[in-house]
Design a protein around this ligand. Structure first.
Ligand code: TYM
Length: 334
């Protein structure tokens, strides 16, 4: 019998402007492995309800369609992978509730993301605390073996694994134990205006100079890189670069595929201006086809709707079988 392909699941929140970190940390990995794994990629719009920042005049559904269009524009093949919107598949919040009844509160309150995000808000919605359970449901419903994500999601994927283990030891082998898959390069791109902070979607919309959008126009890319914070020196040393130059080099590395040795040959001893202008050229070249395809997919519209409808049906089919198994194991099904 043919061995089952590894199954990959991942998702992005439609909560702002998708940036080059989302590309190098997540999308690029999905596309590189799409023909060797069985991939399921979701636009996690229910998760996005937990963010308060009004980052756009657009509705959540318009932003969700844009994120799905970007998945396709980056090269995700909808014949090879399932692409769908989380809110259209009822099993996700359903399993999340079941997990709420099983997972100790302490497991959620110690999550780094919860601590950071809740400290920034006066009134903390319960969904911010239970967010990782919805994320665990996303993953566990499909028996995902691997979850290709950026470095910041590691803790949430490890929690999903702990939850699966706990559930299995209480009720039998129901869930596959997932593993985070974090790429070697580009798994943590920093902000261009503050290279000790992570580049973030919501801030990328609010402040110019923070991040580079995947579909930014060439002059916007050039402008942001020109303004990017560097180190205090003036010429590049790959080995001893500080945070600003290290970040620019990391971005160059993730988009060019070059090794540290190649970067050293290319940039050591050159001025910061050369690094910035070479990086601009590289990003403009790599992002142009994605931007064009993105606008084409959105303008055409009906293809995107077909992909999402087909994705919804397949996601429902797989995940409702898992829910049935869960309910049976809890002795709650008729
Ligand atoms: P989100 O929407 O914040 O980010 C989407 C993906 O982009 C990665 N990422 C980055 N990678 C490198 N550098 C950065 N600066 C950077 N910023 C973001 C993230 O690691 C992620 O892979 N909780 C998730 C969404 C989610 C999910 C899931 C992911 C919900 N359910 C199930 C995987 C599986 C999130 O907020 O990602």
């Amino acid at each position: 019998m043919a061995e089952r392909k590894q199954r990959a699941f991942s998702g992005i929140q439609p909560s702002g402007k998708l940036h080059i970190g989302n590309y190098t940390g997540a999308l690029k990995q999905w596309i590189e492995t799409q023909h060797s794994v069985d991939g399921i990629y979701c636009v996690v719009d229910l998760h996005a309800l937990t963010s308060t920042e009004k980052t756009s005049e657009k509705t959540v559904v318009d932003q969700s369609r844009e994120v799905a269009a970007l998945y396709l524009a980056c090269g995700l093949d909808s014949n090879a992978s399932i692409v769908f919107l989380q809110s259209e598949v009822w099993t996700h919040p359903y399993l999340s509730w079941v997990l709420e009844t099983q997972v100790p509160l302490g497991w959620l309150s110690r999550m780094t993301q919860f601590k950071t995000k809740s400290s920034e808000r006066d009134s903390i919605p319960t969904g911010l605390l239970t967010y990782p359970l919805l994320q665990a449901s996303d993953i566990l419903l499909y028996d995902a073996d691997i979850v290709p994500v950026g470095d910041d999601q590691k803790q949430h994927i490890e929690l999903a694994r702990d939850i699966a283990q706990r559930f299995n030891s209480a009720y039998g082998e129901i869930f596959t134990l997932p593993q985070p898959k974090i790429g070697m390069d580009g798994s943590r791109i920093m902000a261009l205006d503050a290279p000790t902070e992570k580049m973030s979607k919501s801030r990328a919309l609010l402040s110019h100079g923070h991040g580079i959008g995947i579909v930014d126009e060439p002059d916007a890319i050039a402008h942001t890189i020109r303004r990017a914070v560097t180190d205090s020196g003036s010429s590049v040393s790959v080995e001893s670069a500080g945070p600003g130059i290290r970040n620019l080099l990391n971005i160059y590395k993730a988009f060019s595929g070059e090794t540290d040795n190649e970067l050293t040959t290319r940039f050591d001893g050159k001025g910061y201006g050369t690094l910035k202008s070479d990086l601009t050229d590289l990003l403009v070249e790599k992002l142009a086809p994605i931007r064009e395809e993105y606008h084409r997919v959105l303008a055409e519209g009906s293809f995107l709707d077909e992909v999402l409808s087909k994705g919804k049906e397949r996601a429902l089919q797989i995940s409702s079988e898992k829910v049935a198994l869960v309910m049976e194991s809890l002795d709650i099904s008729r």
